[in-house]
Design a protein around this ligand. Structure first.
Ligand code: URA
Length: 218
């Protein structure tokens, strides 16, 4: 991990309330361990009240997919359908996401999908800093369990939150970043593509760049 990426990451952890890091040997988790651990953590956090988003929660949307995948996809926050069903990307944006993944020969069930915040913000507004930081330890924990080798970050809010900057989406696209030392690609959020189809072409270029690196891992 570069010094800059490490500093950003540690600063983010500090802001999210993580006070100490222990240098433990990397635990080897079997596929069954990972599944059981993630299920028990989803259950444990289902009544989380660390931030005001708890008030509008019908279901905590922890994440789903292949916990043994090399790739993890990180969106922004659950919307109305996700809040009702308890799974990420199941609304209109989710249908587009499935097509985007299909275009790069990935099935939704091949990868693990989650969001930076696990509860729906009211009226689908962007999650604020307090909400993002309250939820960050859950994402960090998911990454530690799943140990993905590549990340696909969907949209500006998720990119800025994880990469610790306020740069534009254009700045983030088409280069490989790092989060927790893991290569991270950024592209448009499916909801943005539903609003503006002119972004579909650049999104396709981003997905191809991600696909190229992902396929090297298979
Ligand atoms: N938008 C997201 O960012 N995540 C979801 O799960 C659904 C919509």
């Amino acid at each position: 991990m570069s010094r800059r990426a490490l500093t950003q990451y540690l600063e983010l952890l500090k802001q999210s309330g993580i006070q100490q890091l222990y240098r433990e040997p990397v635990k080897v988790l079997t596929p069954l361990d990972k599944k059981a651990l993630l299920e028990s953590l989803a259950q444990k956090y289902s009544d989380c009240d660390k931030c005001p988003l708890a008030a509008g929660r019908l279901n905590l949307v922890y994440g789903e997919g292949n916990e043994n995948s090399h790739a993890m996809l990180i969106g922004e926050a659950p919307g109305d359908s996700e809040n009702k069903i308890g799974k990420p990307f199941v609304g209109a944006g989710g249908q587009l996401l499935d097509k985007m993944l299909e275009a790069i020969k990935i099935k939704r069930e091949d990868i693990y999908i989650t969001n930076i915040v696990k509860c729906r913000p009211p009226e689908n507004r962007n999650p604020n800093t307090e909400e993002r930081l309250a939820c960050l330890p859950y994402l960090v924990e998911q990454i530690q369990i799943i140990q993905p080798k590549i990340l696909l970050i969907m949209g500006l809010v998720a990119a800025q939150s994880l990469l610790g900057n306020t740069n534009t989406l254009s700045w983030h696209r088409q280069s490989c970043h790092e989060f927790m030392g893991i290569p991270a690609f950024v592209t448009y959020h499916p909801a943005a593509l539903l609003r503006n189809s002119n972004w579909k072409r650049p999104a396709w270029e981003d997905l191809q760049a991600f696909q190229k690196e992902y396929e090297k891992l298979l």
